[in-house]
Design a protein. Structure first.
Length: 126
């Protein structure tokens, strides 16, 4: 059973990487590098890299909201977070249109939640 679960996660992550996961991961890493270059953004860069790692392989991970950094989280959610969240939800709806990509739609929803609240999210293995 464990081997089957591992195989399905691996197949899902491979499919995810081919159809947008790598590009989205690179965007998050670029945001992390840009934030790390500023004095104010350096502490925030850690969250961007964490989300980038999650976006690279979302299958088998669980996203949980943990209230922290309310000021920074609100500022991000009101600016960049909404844009990335809407982008992710559009792709979730497009993926849900086909039966084959339905598991991908659920991953896009997890990515949307993590994108809107990157400073208040805990990512664990499920």
């Amino acid at each position: 059973m464990k081997a089957l679960r591992y195989a399905l996660k691996s197949i899902g992550n491979l499919y995810w990487k081919v159809f947008g996961g790598v590009a989205l991961c690179l965007i998050w890493f670029a945001l992390g590098v840009a934030a790390a270059l500023t004095v104010v953004g350096a502490p925030l860069a850690v969250s961007f890299f964490k989300i980038g790692r999650f976006v690279y392989k979302p299958f088998g991970k669980k996203v949980t909201l943990v209230p922290s950094a309310p000021v920074v989280g609100t500022l991000w959610a009101a600016t960049g977070g909404v844009a990335v969240g809407v982008f992710s939800m559009i792709f979730a709806l497009l993926s849900a249109a086909t039966v084959v990509a339905l598991p991908i739609a659920f991953q896009w929803i997890k990515v949307a939640v993590a994108s809107v609240f990157p400073f208040s999210v805990s990512i664990n293995r499920s």
